[in-house]
Design a protein around this ligand. Sequence first.
Ligand code: ADP
Length: 193
Amino acid sequence: MKNIVLFGAPGVGKGTHAGILAEKYDLLHLSTGDLLRGEVAQGTPLGLRVKASMERGDLVGDDVVIALVDKALASTEQGIILDGFPRTVQQAQALDFLLRNHRRKLSCVISIDASRDELVRRIHERAVISGRTDDADDNVIRHRLEEYDAKTKPVTDYYKVSGLLVSIDGSGEINQTSMRLCKVVDMLLSGNV
Ligand code: ADP
């Protein structure tokens, strides 16, 4: 059973590619952003708690997302592809603990890389169809990228140490990036990563 983390900055295409990989390799696509937006849309107590942070482009509290991932892991026996989690070193440590508790092992962390200009361009493009308020405001976009640099990027060092990190170029078209990602997952399935 494969448990894959898809890692990268806001706008790099984690959601798109996690969806494609989930379908192709029969994995459960677990997006903390989608789970949180679901809670906000339903107006649950958790949704009310995180709404303002998300609108500002702040990360929400580690405890909140860790609990969401724990719940999702408890509800499936399928292999998973995580999108948007972990986003802090503390979340990465919690993921190790959660996977062990659910008798799983992290297979690989695939980082999708693209330039800052390209990320901003893609977020603007996505805003038109996503209807996400955090995609439509330049200050919020800037703040999300700052949060990424300050809190999320250090997660790569965490995984470099464990030898689980693979980086791929995500600057091109969707199908180019998709081919690169599939190559990594195919190698993983054949035991060569
Ligand atoms: P993007 O990758 O474009 O920023 P996401 O859908 O992954 O979009 O996340 C949207 C927002 O949800 C984030 O800006 C943050 O407020 C919140 N969020 C999602 N995942 C996490 C997480 N793992 N930790 C903290 N906040 C999160």
